[in-house]
Design a protein around this ligand. Sequence first.
Ligand code: NAG
Ligand code: NAG
Length: 433
Amino acid sequence: MLMRNDHELVSPSPMEGATVNGSLELPIDILIDILSMLEIPDLVRAGCVCSSWHTAYTSLRSSGLYKRQQTPCLLYTSESAGDNVACMYSLAEKRVYKLTLPEPPIRSRYLIGSSDGWLVTADERSELHIVNPITGVSRLPPPSVITIEHVKPIFDDAGIVQEYELSQYYGEYEIGDPYILPLDNLRDKLYDKAFVFSDSSTGSYIVVLIHNPISQLSFARAGDSRWTWLPPSADYEDCIYLDGILYAVTSTSGIDAFDLTGPAFLRKVIMDSMKIGIYERMYIVQSLSGDLLQVWREQDVVQIVGHEDEDVPEHDLSGIETETRKMMVHKVDMAAKKLVQINSLHGHVMFLGYGQSRCIRAEEYPQLKANHVYLTDDERGIAFWKSNHRDIGIFNLGNNTTEEIVPSQCWCTWPAPMWITPNFAKTSSRSYK
Ligand SMILES: *[C@@H]1O[C@H](CO)[C@@H](O)[C@H](O)[C@H]1NC(C)=O
Ligand SMILES: *[C@@H]1O[C@H](CO)[C@@H](O)[C@H](O)[C@H]1NC(C)=O
């Protein structure tokens, strides 16, 4: 790919006739060895230096030999960058790359999740797309939103979908009347978070949604024609998929497991709810030793901008600013059905927020800080607070303080920034636009 304007990653093509200064021509196999040590953003940049580097870059990608571990990057949009551009801040190189993405414009989409280098986005008809921002490749889109159990299309006389009806059914009873919503508003109410999990048993993948009413679960395998709802429980905040089992944590610290390999997808309670209050955000992560960790993130309101005026109604939260003040990490003891609080991640680093929760070993990522949690903002109902300050930073579990990653004014607050781990993957993908 060609690197333009210092930071921009655009379509691959070597510079015509360009050579490296002084042209020390390295044999291609040595060049490949060197390039294979670079992380993706840097590798893509190196691929544009001259035609021999480009050849090395292309053969490295096509050979399948490129296995370099990737440091997560912060993905965000910016007003100055343009509607089709995603900015990617590399924690490894401490610089910003710009990626031009295919239509529809990234700034008009909602970003509701990222895993394995894929972004899950919702367009202006509230339909989902899965795109790899590095390659620009899209995966086969998940089933249409109208195949989610709670969503019904409302047609006009010409048979065209005019609006959606979102039922308030949650497995036991209706909690209210259905909402009638314009096509682009359904996504505000419906989506909490999405995940793309690779499915090692089939070599394919599964998309899992946490969606409303009351944060229930639905999933679809690649190529499914409709979403499968997982009733009757609700109130989920985060998921992880391990060996065919989907584990989901609730806002009251319960953990449910669903065996997605069996015919019935029955719910099994791994951990009962323990909390009463729901002030924390909850996450579920696999530690490097294979244990499940449950993480509680407590956010406090720090400032209500411009709301000193007492006439402002109490339910108006538009000026609210939250900040993470406390994080509690627990090991899940599945046998005893207990949570065991741990005080340190020791040599590990955690990534939480929108995007799949991850735990990695600090010594393999020299630019990252051990015993720190890298956070983005995934507050519930975040789509209603599009212009609010985002709680993004690096939380030090040693002294409970947060530091900034990059100056917060560089990103748009909506779509909300999230972590993404770059990946060249394009398996089972299909361009559809
Ligand atoms: C927290 O720890 C970090 C790193 O050890 C240090 O730089 C920072 O000053 C500490 N903050 C406070 C408030 O103690
Ligand atoms: C940080 O917060 C944790 C969890 O609330 C607490 O156990 C620990 O004592 C705090 N550490 C410091 C240095 O304040």
